[in-house]
Design a binder for this molecule. Structure first.
Ligand code: F6R
Length: 607
């Protein structure tokens, strides 16, 4: 949510920063801007709307200078106008900010009383005005920045440059990510390693409460009271090539096609194929004795958690509570001491999930996080991280990270079931074999492209769509409905198929297509009965099934997508792929902005 990029060096800064913003645009795309030092003075270009608007402005009005910072915004305080676009600043300082300054109103009143003149409605400008105030009192940039940082409350990552101080950039962060990149005679700041991937592979991840002072040849880390700290330099494995579209029309299409690879890579980390056993890293707690699990996450990651609940309850016989993180964090539920807290997040930065993690930790719950971004805040605050090896996910709508989350949860279920004695070695072999079969079965899904596009033509005409599924297919239906809403702007609701007759059945007519996930699992007959009830009332049925279910579904379905039949355990992972593909095809037909749908941003770092 909001992307930051900055450089101090010898090269022309604004093209480098602009390229970095291009790679960060998935974090926010309401407006964008860059500031550099030109003959010691701060100059900036800002534009409302997509980054292309800023690009066009830079073409007609280039920005020279070798010290620069840039920002791509997802608006929180203040409309997405050019005036509210970052960088914010005064004649002395320019800043870019990701996060929210919670005490900005009090600070603003205090600063205005002291004579500072604000130009925008944003919380972020308070940072610039506060630093400016201290600069005006005669403090050097580093001291002014530290003084200001000591007053800020909330979550933030910040980059600053200072008039008359060529080759100086200061960064700081608290509960929001910021990475330092090391170049040859140049240094970089970026919201994530992705922004910096083509520039350098040498990176230090900043920690909460860190400030960093950068020059082209130097880096100095310190806490906000100025105490020096050391932050290890790491080599990122991210290649610049990982962030192209590779000939696909959209990142989402590319990422959908990565499902087989990502499931395979994730399994490789967690399964010993020779012995057909799950092998997890050493646990800092005993899986055999955890009394219950509490699963929490947001959005798609929450739906992955819902599938995890079905597995943990039925296979590991472990009692599970589950709630969206934005509710769990304020519910104050009684938590059994020593429970397992299972947090699921692609970004590892989602504000509500992070807050829920902290709530659970304070209640002596063991924190195990399922994360895609390894160097995230949640990773640092978890007792154990199980990585979803999905690689960077650029499309705002999550796809491959979801199936990778399911893959990890499936392996974890097997490990917990083994530890609790509810799964014998033969049972484990059977489930592991089902998972190992998935990458190639997932590759088969793409042969269904034409059938999915036929379904998409029906859905694209609708204003409302009903998604149905039972058991572990219910979260798959929820995921399908969310994806459709998110990228095609068609209203969709998902129901547990058995709930349909308790209300939503009254919606059914020819204009409300019903999308059902109905592979041949033990609940197939039950789902089929619900579909027949819908059909009897004139419902148009679009059904995702498998080779075993197809014969019986074909009698009632208007359109059908037939996947290979897989073990019940693996079915939700496989059945997710075509449901996401359907949303993608509908969005393409409707001509929406697939990768950057309106009002959304990847990684929601505000509450
Ligand atoms: C849906 C989607 C969101 C995220 C949610 C959680 O396509 O992408 O619902 O799943 O914002 O994000 P993470 O997983 O980063 O915590």
């Amino acid at each position: 949510m909001c992307g930051i990029c900055g450089v101090v060096g010898l090269r022309h800064a604004s093209p480098i920063v602009f390229d970095g913003l291009r790679r960060l645009e998935y974090r926010g795309y309401d407006s964008a801007g860059i500031a550099t030092l030109v003959d010691g003075k701060i100059d900036r270009r800002r534009a409302a709307g997509k980054l292309d608007n800023l690009g066009a402005l830079l073409e007609t009005s280039p920005l020279p200078g070798t010290t620069g910072i840039g920002h791509t915004r997802w608006a929180t305080h203040g409309a997405p106008t050019t005036c509210n676009a970052h960088p914010h600043g005064t004649e002395r300082v320019a800043i870019v900010h990701n996060g929210i300054i919670e005490n900005f109103e009090a600070l603003r009143r205090e600063l205005e009383a002291a004579g500072q003149v604000f130009q925008t409605e944003t919380d972020s400008e308070t940072i610039a005005q506060l630093v400016d105030y201290h600069l005006a009192q005669g403090l050097a940039p580093k001291d002014a920045a530290l003084k200001a940082l000591q007053r800020l409350e909330g979550a933030y990552a910040i980059a600053m440059i200072f008039a008359e101080h060529e080759g100086l950039m200061i960064g700081a962060c608290h509960s929001a990510p910021l990475a330092v990149g090391y170049g040859d005679n140049e240094m970089f700041l970026g919201s994530d390693s992705l922004a910096l991937a083509p520039l350098t592979r040498r990176i230090s991840y900043m920690e909460d409460g860190d400030c960093v002072v950068l020059t082209p040849v130097g880096v100095e880390f310190m806490t906000f009271d100025g105490t020096p700290v050391r932050r290890a330099e790491q080599t990122t494995a991210l290649a610049a090539g990982a962030i192209g579209k590779d000939g696909y029309r959209h990142y989402m299409e590319k990422e959908l096609h990565e499902h087989p690879l990502v499931i395979g890579q994730t399994l490789q980390r967690m399964i010993d194929p020779a012995n057909r056993k799950v092998v997890l890293p050493d646990m800092p707690f005993d899986l055999a004795t955890v009394p219950r699990a509490v699963i929490t996450a947001c959005g798609s990651a929450f739906y992955a958690g819902m599938v995890g609940r079905y597995w943990l309850e039925s296979i590991a016989r472990l009692p599970v509570d589950i709630d969206v993180a934005s509710e769990l964090r304020y519910r104050d539920p009684p938590l059994a001491h020593g429970s397992l807290g299972l947090l699921i997040s692609q970004s590892g930065e989602t504000a509500d999930t992070l807050a829920a993690l902290r709530t659970l930790r304070q209640n002596a719950v063991h924190i195990l996080s399922v994360l895609n971004v390894e160097h995230s805040t949640m990773a640092r605050e978890s007792a154990l991280v199980l990585g979803t090896v999905a690689g960077p996910e650029i499309s705002v709508a999550s796809t491959k990270a979801f199936t990778a989350q399911l893959t990890v949860l499936a392996c974890l279920t097997i490990a917990i079931a083994r530890a609790r004695g509810t799964l014998d070695p033969l049972g484990e072999e059977e489930l592991v074999a089902a998972l190992l079969d998935l990458p190639s079965r997932a590759a088969d899904v793409f042969a269904q492209g034409d059938a999915i596009r036929r379904m998409a033509r029906v859905v694209a005409e609708a204003r409302d769509v009903l998604y149905l599924g039972r058991g572990s297919m219910f979260p798959v239906a929820l995921e399908g409905a969310l994806k459709l809403k998110e990228i095609s702007y068609i209203h969709a609701e998902a129901y547990a198929a058995g709930e349909m007759k308790h209300g939503p059945i009254s919606l059914i007519d020819r204009t409300v297509p019903i999308v059902a996930s109905a592979p041949f699992t033990p609940l197939f007959d039950k789902t089929l009965s619900n579909l027949q009830e819908a059909k009897a009332r004139g419902g148009r049925l679009l059904v995702f099934t498998d080779t075993k279910g197809a014969e019986r579904v074909s009698a009632i379905a208007e359109e059908m997508v037939v996947l290979p039949h897989v073990h019940d355990f693996a079915a939700p992972i496989l059945q997710t792929i075509p449901v996401q593909m359907l949303a993608y095809e509908v969005a393409v037909m409707k001509g929406t902005d697939v990768d950057q749908p309106r009002n959304l941003a990847k990684s929601v770092t505000v509450e």
